[in-house]
Design a protein around this ligand. Sequence first.
Ligand code: ADP
Ligand code: MG
Length: 277
Amino acid sequence: LRPSVSVPDPGAPPGGGAVPDSPLVEAKSLRKVFSLPRTAGGARTLTAVDDVSLDIRRGETLALVGESGSGKSTVARLLLRLDKPTSGSVEFDGVDLASAKGEKLRQLRRRFQVVFQSPYASLDPRFTVEDIIAEPLRAFAEGSTLDRKRRVEALLDEVHLPADYAGRRPAELSGGQRQRVAIARALALKPELVVLDEAVSALDVSVQAQILTLLAELQVQEALSYLFISHDLAVVQQISDRVAVMQAGKLVEMGGAIDVLENPAEDYTRQLVSAIP
Ligand code: ADP
Ligand code: MG
């Protein structure tokens, strides 16, 4: 499925955690219930995520798939601690995210990053590429001004953008180039997990392929784990090691990518797979 990329030997020591083979992220029985504005006779709550348990292993790409509204982004927000679960827990490298506060939470946060679908919306049009990529470094007071400039140069090189793009603004970039900038910014603090929430969905197929190749390359170079969220199984089959399938807030199927995509156990997954061209 991802011929140019080798998955780390599961017997090898993990990237930094103390417990061998422990997952990088472990979510247990996550539920998220939203309160909705009161409507006459209508339901007042919506269970967006319902009893979802999953783990993300070190160095792997776990794809989270399902149709629009199935709860994928809400799961991502809970894993990234951008939102709190109604019940259930998330551990990152053995640390419970709900109990982490202050400086401990800040230091955990730098270890997981996210790239969203629309790079134009997430890249502030007023800032230069250099400012955008260096922003997390400034936020964490990482290095001197010169160090940060050098780090931006290295990151531009890693995502295969010319060094002179540092002075450009988002409006002067193509969609694919903007997504490369968003990826460079996500990598600035050397995270262990990158959540890619529909990160290639807005791009043309040929640009998608280039970004997927880049992501595969960076995964090996930077020893990254990915949570790759997409409604598009044709894209997912190019990049994932395992696939988790969501339907109406529930995780209905999870397993090795080849098993799930070639031999789905659930009717729902079969329908999603049948849409692959
Ligand atoms: P997906 O990413 O799979 O398209 P989402 O996680 O964005 O799905 O949404 C799952 C469900 O939760 C949808 O019905 C959506 O309308 C609802 N939802 C998401 N965020 C909120 C929110 N902040 N308030 C109320 N409902 C929400
Ligand atoms: Mg979404």
